[in-house]
Design a protein around this ligand. Structure first.
Ligand SMILES: Nc1ncnc2c1ncn2[C@@H]1O[C@H](COP(=O)(O)OP(=O)(O)OP(=O)(O)O)[C@@H](O)[C@H]1O
Ligand SMILES: [Mg+2]
Length: 322
C-alpha cells in the first residue's frame, strides 16, 4: 500500500500543555482515517500540523513525500481542508466563495466556472450556487466548505468535525458526499470526529486519540473484535468468582454491576449465569465502538461534552502530569 502521510514523533506543546504527544502514524493512499477522541484530545492540533497551519514543537511528518516543516507550501498544494469553525464568507454567494478560493490556488481561469459547476453538483448545491451563503442552512454551509476543500482536486482532504452540530438528516447527507468523494477521486481523507457512528460508518481505519496519544488504531471491526463480539451486563450482587473463569475475557465494573465479555457467548453464557451469584438484571448486546473507546481510554467519549470546559481542564492537567 502506498503511504501518503507518515509522522515521526510528531509533537505539539502549547506552554505546559502537550496537545499532541509523539505520534507515529502512517496513512495510506485512498483510505479514510478517522481520528476519534473527546474534546481537547489533540485532533485539530494534529491535522493543523499536517496541513502546515501550526508548526510542530518537535518531530515531523511527510505528506506525499514532502516534509511539512521544510516545504509547507509544497504540502499546501496537495491538500484541502474543511475547518472545524465555519470559514465561508457570508456576504458572498456560494459561487463567489469558490471563485475566490480558485484564485488563491491559481487555478486555470478558463476552467474555473466549469469546475465550480461540477463541484456544486457533487455536493448537491448546484441550484443554490448564486445565493448568498448567509441564506444557507448549517448543512448546506458544511457542504459548501467541503466543495471548497475539493476544488483544486487535492490528494489529501482534511475534514475537521465535518458534521458537528448538524441534525441527523444533514449528517447522513454529508456522509454520503464523503463516501462519494472517496469512491470517485480516490482521495485520502483524514477526518476528526467525536461521533462513534460517524467513525464507524465512514472510515477504513480508526485512530482513537486521547490526551494527544493514539491509544488504538485499526479497522472498526477489528477494534470491536478485540473486545469479543458480545457484551453481557449483569446488575445486582455479582460474585467476584466470575473474574476467574477462563472464558471471561474482560470484566469492567459499572454502577450496580459489571460488564463482561465472553470468548463465545453461545457456549459460555449458561455457566456464567450459574456462577454469577444473585443478579437482578441481565442485558446482552453487541460490542459497540463506545465500549472500545472505554476499554482503551478508561472513560466515555461523551464526558467532555457533558461537562464542557471542565473536561478540557482535566485533560490539560492529566497531559501535563504524564
Ligand atoms: N492555540 C492554542 N493555545 C493554547 N492551547 C491550545 C491551542 N490550541 C489547542 N490548545 C490545547 O491543546 C489541546 C488539544 O486541543 P485540540 O483543539 O487539538 O483538541 P481537539 O481534539 O480538536 O478537541 P475538540 O473535539 O474540542 O475540537 C487542548 O488542551 C487545547 O486547549
Ligand atoms: Mg478540534
Amino acid at each position: 500500500m502506498d503511504t501518503v502521510i507518515k509522522t515521526y514523533e510528531l509533537t505539539k506543546k502549547f506552554g505546559h500543555i502537550t496537545a499532541v504527544n509523539s505520534i507515529n502514524l502512517e496513512i495510506y493512499k485512498g483510505e479514510t482515517l478517522a481520528l476519534l477522541g473527546p474534546n481537547g484530545a489533540g485532533k485539530t492540533t494534529f491535522i493543523s500540523m499536517l496541513s502546515t497551519l501550526v508548526k510542530s514543537t518537535s518531530g515531523t511528518a511527510t505528506l506525499c513525500n514532502i516534509d511539512i516543516n521544510r516545504d509547507p507550501l509544497g504540502v499546501r498544494k496537495k491538500i484541502g481542508i474543511v475547518f472545524q469553525e465555519p470559514s465561508t464568507d457570508d456576504l458572498l454567494t456560494a459561487r463567489e466563495n469558490l471563485y475566490l478560493h480558485s484564485m488563491l490556488y491559481g487555478l486555470n481561469k478558463n476552467e474555473i466556472n466549469k469546475k465550480i459547476d461540477e463541484i456544486m453538483g457533487i455536493v448537491g448545491l448546484y441550484e443554490r450556487k448564486d445565493d448568498f451563503v448567509r441564506t444557507f442552512s448549517g448543512g448546506m454551509r458544511r457542504r459548501l466548505e467541503i466543495a471548497r476543500g475539493l476544488l483544486h482536486e487535492p490528494q489529501v482532504l482534511f475534514l475537521d468535525e465535518p458534521t458537528l452540530g448538524l441534525d441527523p438528516s444533514s449528517r447522513k447527507n454529508i456522509w454520503q458526499y464523503i463516501k462519494y468523494i472517496k469512491e470517485k477521486n480516490k482521495t485520502t481523507i483524514i477526518l476528526t470526529t467525536h461521533y462513534m457512528e460517524e467513525a464507524d460508518l465512514l472510515s477504513d481505519r480508526i485512530a482513537i486519540i486521547d490526551y494527544g496519544k493514539i491509544v488504538a488504531l485499526d479497522t472498526p471491526n477489528n477494534l470491536k473484535n478485540k473486545l469479543g463480539r458480545d457484551i453481557v451486563i449483569l446488575k445486582g450482587d455479582i460474585s467476584e468468582e466470575i473474574k476467574k473463569l477462563d472464558f471471561v475475557l474482560n470484566v469492567e465494573n459499572i454502577e450496580h454491576g459489571c460488564k463482561i465479555t465472553l470468548k463465545d457467548i453461545n457456549k459460555n453464557l449458561k455457566e456464567l449465569i450459574n456462577k454469577a451469584g444473585s443478579f437482578e438484571e441481565i442485558e446482552i448486546r453487541r460490542v459497540s465502538l463506545e465500549d472500545v473507546f472505554f476499554k482503551f481510554t478508561g472513560h466515555k467519549i461523551e464526558e467532555g461534552k457533558e461537562n464542557n470546559g471542565i473536561f478540557e481542564t482535566i485533560a490539560r492537567y492529566k497531559t501535563t502530569g504524564k
